[in-house]
Design a binder for this molecule. Structure first.
Ligand code: B12
Length: 231
């Protein structure tokens, strides 16, 4: 099996050892390596340069039947642990001197249980001064739109990893239209399927997509501006 490529200054043997710990699985070693890497390189390196490419690579291996869902699950548990620590340790409550933005709603669409990408997007939005109401995984359309109305959100961000779950985004579009909110509430979407097929966002009735958490804040700002009544 080819090792996962990384463009970081992290030693290849450490990356290889982490990968092995995930594939075996050996959680104790995995957690120890995560601990070591985070104290030497920081959580952002661990998130964006180690775990994101690692999970993408595991996804490719899944397609080729060279990795199992159990291995994906082990990798996601370790990754989730890193995100929890990142949230509690490193996150400033927005940038001082900059206006607060939002509020916005984030969720994984109905039937989708891949939380990691959504959590990273929510976290980076918060770092960029957005007030985010994160509803979690597998959230039904009605509940998402109810929350947007309740808090006055002009952008809803939805995460979907699978083609079948991306289809459920249409239900949110329908709910927005049925309540006469079209134009006032904009729909941002993202996740593995949209990275694979960027044109899919329009087909499921969304207003925009972004391929990563780094580009999400610009998308939210653009959609917020375009929402009626934002002036
Ligand atoms: C981990 C994983 C799992 C874990 C999830 C557990 C957990 N706690 O995370 C488990 C094992 C449970 C799982 C289950 C399944 N999975 Co899965 N899984 C993955 C895997 C390997 C990684 C996903 C991940 O976390 N990536 C890391 C994050 C950081 O990346 P990301 O989510 O893409 O997020 C980034 C961007 O997309 C963007 N983004 C994300 N959301 C949003 C939202 C907005 C608004 C914006 C602007 C941007 C944005 O920003 C993020 C950060 O930069 C992917 C492979 C892949 N290529 O993604 C398969 C993958 C998504 N899974 C897949 C499948 C098929 C399944 C199952 C159906 C398998 C099965 N037969 O049961 C189930 C379905 C479960 C469900 N109902 O949701 C397929 C989907 C194929 C498809 N396109 O239709 C993939 C692509 C694997 C593959 N190649 O076959 N999975």
């Amino acid at each position: 099996m080819q090792p996962v490529e990384s463009h970081t200054r992290i030693e290849p043997e450490t990356l290889k050892a982490l990968e092995q710990a995930i594939l075996l699985p050996d959680m104790k070693t995995g957690k120890r390596l995560v601990e070591e890497l985070s104290s030497r390189h920081g959580y952002d390196t661990l998130i964006f340069d180690v775990f994101e490419p690692l999970l993408t690579e595991i996804g490719e291996r899944l397609k080729r039947n060279e990795a199992s869902l159990a291995q994906s699950y082990v990798a996601s548990i370790l990754f989730d642990d890193v995100l929890k620590r990142f949230e509690s340790a490193d996150i400033p409550a927005g940038r001082e001197g900059h206006p607060r933005l939002g509020p916005v709603v984030m969720a994984n669409i109905e039937d989708d249980c891949h939380p990691l990408g959504r959590k990273i997007v929510s976290t980076l939005l918060r770092v960029n001064n957005w007030e985010v109401c994160d509803l979690g995984i597998d959230v039904e359309a009605g509940k998402i739109v109810d929350k947007a109305v309740e808090i006055g959100a002009r952008v809803i961000g939805l995460s979907a990893m699978i083609f079948t779950t991306a289809e459920n985004i249409r239900k949110v579009r329908e709910e927005i239209d049925a309540r006469g909110l079209a134009g006032r509430v904009k729909l941002a979407v993202g996740g593995a399927v949209f990275r694979l097929r960027p044109d899919l966002y329009e087909k499921v009735g969304a207003d925009g997509t972004a391929p990563s958490a780094f580009t999400a804040a610009a998308l939210f700002a653009d959609l917020w501006r375009k929402a009626e009544g934002s002036g």
